[in-house]
Ligand binder design. Structure first.
Ligand code: PBG
Length: 328
């Protein structure tokens, strides 16, 4: 009988051995919590398709930010849901608009303890739900949208955002926002570019979360899930344009892209574990089909292992608590 000469199982025998040789670890500082703040609310409203996630009031948003800060979460990414929408997304530029107020409140609450980030996109603010303004023919007008993005970036920086996150996938958006920030004396406001953002069916629950007005899809600006090489093109363009960090989104169905980008990028790489990824795990767990906590931890770990330095996840605060309690 021939016995194995190599026994990788030796290092798997005890929790202590496994912990010692773990190649990837989760740390609260690597996590970014996406949050929703809605105008005109007196109480938070549950997002049905994302159990545990709410649309916050300005007040509960501050509390959520304080809780995340207390647990050492690295960043908070804000999304705003305005009461009134129009064709050009005017509420995005109003310093008293829901998102800009939210940024100001969170910044006041957490100061320099957490990186305050804001979604820089028009889809929450337009009455047609597209990420940009439309031409008379109803086509998304790339270059007209860029002008508004530049102004949005400045408004968000003035509200207190440390980092803005352009997520609209317009060509040239990073360059125009960088220029607008610099012209406004905001050289220190960073840009987290949603560089490789795919047109994904898994954004469904997010669209409930922001009460999206979109009919149709975003295939003329978000990337085709069939494409891999194109992600590297998008990343290199965003780096040329001045992105401080780049993101791959979604995460779970795009771990190959994440690995490619991690190898190609000389700036930190983020990945966004999006609403549909969250919803699938929560739904399966609610049915008793998977072990929720183990699935949550494994999913985020796999994103880090694939190459993400930081992960946007709706479980950021919960994971940070588990880490603090030594459960991970
Ligand atoms: C666009 C934006 C979207 C998400 C983040 N930013 C929606 C979209 O592109 O349709 C989705 C995030 C998620 O699904 O969790 N502002």
């Amino acid at each position: 009988m021939a016995f194995p000469t190599h026994r990788p199982r030796r290092l798997r025998q005890t929790a202590a051995l496994r912990r010692l040789v773990a190649e990837t670890r989760l740390h609260p500082a690597d996590l970014i919590l996406p949050v929703f703040v809605r105008e005109g609310l007196t109480e938070p409203v549950a997002v049905t398709s994302m159990p545990g996630v709410v649309q916050h009031t300005q007040e509960t948003l501050r509390r959520a930010a304080a809780e995340a800060a207390e647990l050492g979460v690295g960043g908070i990414m804000l999304f705003g849901i305005p009461e009134t929408r129009d064709a050009v997304g005017s509420a995005s530029l109003d310093p008293e608009g829901v998102l800009n107020r939210g940024i100001r409140g969170v910044k006041e609450e957490v100061g320099a303890d957490v990186v305050v980030m804001s979604d820089l996109c028009l889809d929450e603010f337009t009455d047609h739900g597209h990420c940009g303004v439309l031409t008379a023919d109803g086509v998304v007008d790339n270059d007209a949208t860029l002008q508004i993005y530049g102004q949005m970036g400045v408004a968000q920086a003035e509200a207190g955002a440390d980092m803005v996150g352009p997520s609209g996938m317009m060509d040239g958006q990073v360059a125009v926002i960088r220029q607008a920030l610099d012209d406004a004396g905001r050289q220190d406001t960073a840009i987290l570019a949603y560089a490789a953002k795919y047109s994904s069916a898994f954004y469904g629950p997010f669209r409930e979360a922001v009460d999206s007005q979109l009919t149709g899809d975003r295939k003329t600006y978000q990337m085709d899930p069939a494409n891999r090489r194109e992600a590297l093109l998008e990343v290199s363009l965003d780096l040329d344009e001045g992105a401080d960090m780049v993101m791959v989104k979604p995460a779970m169905s795009y771990l190959d892209i994440l690995r490619d980008v991690a190898e190609a990028s000389d700036v930190p790489v983020s990945a966004y574990q999006i609403s549909g990824e969250y919803a699938m795990i929560e739904a399966a767990a609610a049915n008793g089909w998977i072990d929720r906590d183990a699935a949550v931890a494994e999913s985020v770990l796999s994103i880090r292992r694939a190459g993400a330095d930081t992960v946007l996840t709706y479980w950021a605060t919960e994971l940070a608590r588990w880490i603090k309690e030594g459960r991970l």
